[in-house]
Design a protein around this ligand. Sequence first.
Ligand SMILES: C[S@@+](CC[C@H](N)C(=O)[O-])C[C@H]1O[C@@H](n2cnc3c(N)ncnc32)[C@H](O)[C@@H]1O
Length: 219
Amino acid sequence: MEKTIEYIRSLIIEEDEGLDAFRKAQEDKGVPIIRKEVQQLLSLLIALSGAQRILEIGGAEGYSAVCLARAAGAQADITTIEIDEARVAAARGNIETFGLKDNITVIADSAEGFFSHATERGVYDMVFLDGPKSHYAEMFEDCLRLLKGGGMLIADNILYSGMVSGEAATRKKHRTSVEGLKKYLNEITKDKRLITSVVNFEDGLSISYKKEVKNETQT
Ligand SMILES: C[S@@+](CC[C@H](N)C(=O)[O-])C[C@H]1O[C@@H](n2cnc3c(N)ncnc32)[C@H](O)[C@@H]1O
């Protein structure tokens, strides 16, 4: 599996030197950013769906937000939520460096805090969950509430390097996350409001499409 994923990664050519250098700097610093194949798939999904208004939970230092904004183009309107104040400050600086200040809003808050007052900000074309794995299931209904019909809810690291399926042993410190991810996967795969696909990348990615509710009185 590892060799296959490395091969897939080697096929992805980053055309932007600035973004490539940003990835490298984040990796060197140990910031857990989205993997290259996830970045590529998100770009594809944004291109296919035309998503512009995107909510991200877990912004870290802004790497994925910059990728999402680049993929969504000039009208990109990205909101990213990050709980760690040092990361918020770094994200704001990085976003400014990329000239994306007008396209990306970084909110210094917990996802839970944001959800409690998020309704007035309207609905999103896409929600990207990349925050605390153990809380994905608890965040599910809020994410769905903030997602438009026809929008996509995407969650990263959903297979947690084989620990969720049992292919890899779950280390004690990851137990709560693994349980939370299993719960989330059970919910999204059974929920009739969604069409969900789980992608078996190294760490896994779930993609859920929120069905549009048709008005039955219409012909
Ligand atoms: C995997 S990192 C995000 C990486 C980022 N999406 C990227 O690819 O550049 C997860 C982030 O979620 C943040 N986080 C953890 N718990 C959170 C919470 N309850 N609310 C908001 N952010 C949270 C962490 O501080 C961390 O920076």
